[in-house]
Design a protein around this ligand. Structure first.
Ligand SMILES: Nc1ncnc2c1ncn2[C@@H]1O[C@H](COP(=O)(O)OP(=O)(O)OP(=O)(O)O)[C@@H](O)[C@H]1O
Ligand SMILES: [Mg+2]
Length: 510
């Protein structure tokens, strides 16, 4: 940090305690005005908590926060906004059924003499804001629920600018964006920085942290490990500071050649429609690449739940077989019984019950599993003790934190939720696995573990269809990659042909 640059934000010995658990323990760091400051650390390290304290969502338990050198007691988000602090959350917080305009002006609506909201006036101001920062956006009257994730995020950023935020906190802004959107976001962030705004960027993607931040603070288990000038550090050092050990960024373990992977192995899964022809072979990881919105989501939905999505997404007839058996319009439960497992795209809305604990979430979909059922005088009952024991084992294996089976899924950090979903996937020992975005929002240490567990399944002869927006991840793990474009499979690459540039071109429609 340039010692002469003024400090926008300073944390002094700040702690935040939940029960008797320190989510932040005496953290100290400062953020220079007009800089992009990275905040990194393992899942559950306390990054979101620290920023929620700064934004007035969580009251701190001890310590001091200084804004522009002044000691402040931030009472709530509205107070934080009057201090010029704004935050875009890890999980967006706009009201879905309201228009973008109403969401943005909420709390700062221009009103006329009679107290009526002057929407046109607000719109003019917004158009001006967008022009001056070079942000592309015009869907003011669209309901938030009809925006893409990227657009929602842009709306959130415009909201902060409308609220006159000088400090913009972005909690994992790139986790759900397409590569194009990521590029655009960083162009915008650089413009904001040039205007003198201060930006806090929470991210697990060390490459983007190294490329776009000026300095970076590393947290581990609730504490600040240190703050580095970005140009004086590197990926290996940051990862080691985060995790406390060396991390490898690509899979280094064995990639077994399986005997049944001969020239013409019999596929374990076939899907055949006039748009998508797909065969999954035993013991292979088939990567599905593509810019979001090109048909991958629809394929995953149909493969995992033909009874609900078959007709919706594939109007023309299609053939779908698993181990030679016609699938027809089977339900997810039918597929489970055939040994198919799923990690859906969105862990919060599709995979977890937020207000249930780890044990209940682990049981989801496994209620009928004989391993977890006892036969007593009252008939069949779920044996929760057995389930809990299994969850405890998985907590150890996957290093899920906090390590208590009674924690609600909604209170776990994003990456730890993902580890729980992975653990549940593998529990019934499926032979065919559909896995979507397994490392979205997951820290570098946990990525290593999740990748190892996927490869371990493959090396056992299981078959995996891996959907990911991270091309690096697909290239690292897959045996074969198919590329979606415009609803169709547009190209296929075998492992020896993998080349990010060539695959990227096909993703763009070449
Ligand atoms: N409202 C809450 N009640 C109880 N515990 C909480 C609450 N919010 C967060 N925690 C715990 O505090 C710790 C820090 O969580 P936080 O969300 O700050 O992590 P994070 O660094 O943002 O992680 P991630 O990278 O996974 O988003 C976690 O162990 C989490 O379970
Ligand atoms: Mg977080």
């Amino acid at each position: 940090m340039n010692p002469s640059s003024p400090i926008a934000i300073e944390f002094k010995d700040v702690s935040k305690v939940f029960g008797n658990f320190y989510a932040n323990r005496k953290i100290n760091f400062s953020i220079a005005k007009g800089s992009i400051h990275g905040l990194i650390g393992e899942n559950g390290a306390g990054k979101s908590t620290a920023m929620k304290v700064l934004f007035g969502i969580q009251p701190k338990d001890e310590g001091e926060i200084l804004v522009n050198g002044n000691l402040v007691k931030i009472k709530n988000p509205i107070h934080a906004m009057t201090l010029g602090i704004g935050m875009v959350h890890q999980h967006f917080m706009l009201a879905d059924s309201e228009t973008v305009l109403d969401n943005i002006i909420l709390g700062r609506e221009p009103k006329n003499f009679f107290g009526m909201i002057q929407r046109e006036k607000a719109k003019k101001e917004l158009v001006q804001i967008c022009e001056s920062y070079g942000l592309q956006f015009s869907r003011w009257d669209t309901k938030v629920q009809d925006l893409s994730v990227g657009e929602q995020q842009r709306a959130e950023i415009i909201k902060l600018l409308y609220q006159k935020s000088e400090v913009l906190i972005l909690d994992e802004p790139t986790a759900v964006l397409t590569p194009q959107e990521v590029k655009e976001l960083f162009v915008n962030l650089r413009k904001l920085k040039a205007e003198g705004k201060t930006i806090v960027l929470i991210s697990h993607k060390l490459k983007e942290v190294l490329e776009f931040t000026d300095s970076v603070t590393v947290m581990r288990r609730g504490e600040v490990v240190g703050t580095k000038v970005t140009s004086e550090t590197n990926e290996d050092e940051l990862a080691e500071m985060m995790v406390g050990r060396k991390v490898t960024f690509t899979y280094q373990g064995p990639r077994k050649i399986l005997s049944n992977q001969g020239a013409q192995p019999k596929p374990v899964l076939k899907f055949n429609s006039n748009k998508v022809k797909l065969e999954l072979r035993p013991g292979e990881i088939l990567g599905v690449a593509g810019v979001q919105g090109n048909g991958q989501t629809e394929l995953l939905k149909v493969l995992s739940n033909p009874s609900t999505y078959g007709e919706k997404y594939f109007k023309e007839k299609y053939d779908y077989t698993v181990n030679g058996k016609e699938i027809g319009d089977a339900t997810p439960f039918d597929l489970r019984k055939m040994g198919v497992g799923l990690v859906p795209e969105d862990r919060l809305s599709e995979a977890l019950l937020k207000q249930q604990d780890m044990t209940e979430n682990f049981l989801l979909g496994q209620h009928h599993d004989e391993r977890y059922v006892s036969h007593g005088i009252l008939g069949k009952m779920i044996n929760r003790t057995k389930v809990r024991t299994e969850v405890e084992k998985n907590i150890r294996d996957f290093d899920i934190r906090p390590p208590y089976t009674t924690v609600w899924a909604g209170k776990m950090s994003g990456g730890n939720q993902q580890k729980l979903v992975m653990a549940r996937l593998l529990d019934p020992k499926p032979s065919i696995l559909f896995i979507a975005h397994p490392t979205r929002g997951v820290d570098v240490g946990a990525i290593e573990k999740i990748h190892e567990s996927i490869m371990q399944e493959r090396n056992l002869g299981k078959s995996v269809i891996l959907f990911s927006s991270e091309l690096d991840e697909l290239i690292d793990l897959s045996d074969r990659i198919v590329v979606f474009f415009d609803g169709k499979i547009h190209g296929e690459f075998s492992r020896k042909e993998f080349d990010p540039w060539a695959i990227g071109k096909v993703m763009g429609g070449a």
